[in-house]
Ligand binder design. Sequence first.
Ligand SMILES: [Zn+2]
Length: 311
Amino acid sequence: MTEALPSIEVTPRDLSRYRAGNTGIDYVHRFDSGRPGPHVMVNALTHGNEFCGMVAVCHLLDSGVRPKIGTLTLSFANVAAYETFDPARPFDSRLITHNLNRIWSSAWLDGSEDSVELRRAREMRPAVAAADYILDIHSTSQDVVPFWVYPAFERNFEVARALPRPEVHLVMPAGLGSGTPLVQYDGHGRADGSGAALVVECGQHFKQATADLAVEVATNFLAHFGLVDGPKPRPAASPRRYELLRTHVIQQPTFAFVRPVVGFETFAEGELIATDGPLEIRAPCDDCTIFMPARTVIVGREGVYLTRPMR
Ligand SMILES: [Zn+2]
């Protein structure tokens, strides 16, 4: 399942000058307008090799963005993993020990285990807790169309549909099934919560177009909430929504898809999608659409997300 390495159009930058923020948390910057308004957070590098968010947050910091209303927090999350990037192994710097986007539950955050990612999540917890609206910027290993990912609450949908891109939404009625992502932290994971928290998957990790989209989405996100000047973003022309049905976590090193896939392939009900040792992963419905198929087999990591188009 391992293909040729993708070309690296966007390369890591030295982030040391952004380390000392003004919050007491490394790589976390907060700007308070002194006026009422929402507290909006734009977070990059939850996964260390997803450079588009780094480009977007650097762009905002370098351009001297200051909110006109409310408060803006800009952050780089897993800089430790990011700094291990090796162009010969560009997918390895996603994380060091734990997936920083699966540990935002009190079981992990208040637990006794320790790792680079757990320490970082615990450090960043007050910054995340303070934010009303969170944009967590990601990218995908495969070169597929960009998409939103968010818990299936109307308050999240309202924000995603108000922005022109991405047009595709992956909606999670019951979480990811493989851990708690940042966008489900505390109230953001509850129906009675407030604000909104969304992941944006901007395209393939290392493409310039992906970084360009991250800058666009971050700027639109801030404009939507009135933090920066500019016209109100227009809603997407033809949004397409998919509901997450099930996440398959790889059990065996022999996990394999029945044919090469990159994401967005569709399967008829009962059709075989992949095998995992003796397990058969079959489509639970017609038009079952797969998201984020694993590029390489790592036992314990997600193998594939099974979704159904929402009509
Ligand atoms: Zn990611």
